[in-house]
Design a protein around this ligand. Structure first.
Ligand code: T46
Length: 143
């Protein structure tokens, strides 16, 4: 794995090695190797309705890697001070997002399958869903 881009926000664009041959392509994701944490959960998002924005929250403890295994989407990141956009447009491109980073996913292609790997099991209580609260927490050094 190659870190393609170190971003100003606590996130990284990752470039996964493709092990292709005459039969097609294969990418392997392994904890503490090309995935920079212990793997606890995988979920995927597909059949997304056009023009929808998902996410709209920060996770207090979950760290994640996002990959479009099919199609494409865009990710908006926000650390309370700066924002950035990342295009996820190929299956060997990943986006690592640290905890306490606000994220929104948008511009899903019809064929998009967005796979998310996480270091934590699902816990709805770890979500910050109000952007004003998120900004206040950043301002007051509570994250
Ligand atoms: C994130 C982005 C990238 C579960 O029961 N288990 C799970 O592991 C997840 C992720 C969700 N759910 C339930 C909770 C909701 O009833 O599935 C429903 C949709 O979840 P949510 O509205 O949180 O989905 P997104 O797309 O807004 O956000 C998800 C993750 O929740 C979030 O951590 O960073 O994808």
């Amino acid at each position: 794995m190659l870190v393609l881009e170190k971003t100003k926000i606590d996130a990284q664009v990752l470039d996964f090695t493709i092990m292709g041959d005459e039969r097609g392509q294969l990418i392997a994701l392994e904890e503490d190797m090309n995935i920079p944490f212990e793997l606890k959960r995988v979920f995927y998002i597909y059949n997304t309705v056009g023009d929808i924005r998902r996410g709209n929250h920060a996770n207090r403890f979950s760290r994640q890697v996002l990959v479009c295994t099919s199609g494409s989407c865009k990710i908006h990141l926000d650390n309370g001070v700066e924002t950035m956009e990342v295009d996820l447009d190929r299956p060997n491109k990943g986006l690592y997002i640290a905890n306490n980073v606000w994220r929104e996913m948008y511009d899903f292609s019809e064929d998009c399958v967005l796979m998310v790997l996480s270091n934590k099991l699902y816990d709805p209580d770890e979500y910050i869903r109000d952007h004003k609260v998120f900004n206040e927490m950043v301002k007051n050094n509570l994250l």
